[in-house]
Design a binder for this molecule. Sequence first.
Ligand code: UDP
Ligand code: MG
Length: 312
Amino acid sequence: MKLISIVVPAYNEEHNISSMHEKLVQQLDALPYRYEIMFINDGSSDGTLEEILSLAKVHKYVKYISLTRNFGKEAAILAGLQRVKGEAVILMDSDLQHPPTLIGEMLQGYEEGFHQVVAKRSRVGDPKLRSFLSSLYYRLINSITDVDLMDGEGDFRLLSRKAINSILTLSESNRFSKGLFSWIGLSKKTICYENVLREDGDSKWSFGSLVNYGIDGILSFNTKPLRVCFYTGFIVLFLSLIYIGITLIQIIKEGIGAPGYFTTITAILVLGGIQLISLGVVGEYIGRIYNETKRRPNFLVDVSNVDEYDEQ
Ligand code: UDP
Ligand code: MG
């Protein structure tokens, strides 16, 4: 039987772990697969680790990693992905917001040959403002970055071994998983489910952390914001040249109105424009350095009949 791994990051979820485990196993037992459940304790300050340890003591299929402090969900997921052995992995939250009842359908998608099966949630029950802002955000990020992100598609997904290995070739440390899942390509199937509200505890996301996450997303996948300086500089310089031209003509025709005014403004505008352009040039180089430091592979191969190039 095939081995399936479930990766579950948990941060201060002491009241959710055991019920989540119970519901998960109920689903998994009904399916023709062997399974392991990998809990990652992301530096919880409550009894989460104890809950996980007591499960691991009883069940051999329960694996765990405990991080030294809270490194964030992205890091926790990565730690899990690096250590699971299954030929497919399902990423799930520990707060039961990702219904285990979808696992069967996800595995069906996997058997059909899809490398990623994504569970997309509706935004029913979400605060109106949050839904509105996120739909706006997705439109923005899709228009300025090279990756395609869908509203409602989060980390609840199945990844084939090939997809996991592709994700693991990306060694960058500032990880924006949603973008990386899209970046690796490979075939994808989407299934939909109704939004589920959290049973216990609070979401770890505050408005501020969501904004930060949003900025991470945009910055991880392009360096276009740096180019803004460059274009603004050109526009400022161009407009100031027009201003200089018009004012010079006025001075020739009507004489100087306020002495010193024209020369001062001209110097500020022209220098401002030149400075912004120079910043843009510096920014272009920084952008390139940024992209190089991520050391992303230039491509990932899907199928080929050529031997893999042996890396030395
Ligand atoms: N989580 C984590 N580390 C963190 C924050 C969250 O491992 O620093 C886990 C958390 O325990 C949960 C999942 O990530 O299993 C999703 O977190 P949360 O429910 O707060 O996010 P939301 O569902 O509101 O997007
Ligand atoms: Mg949640």
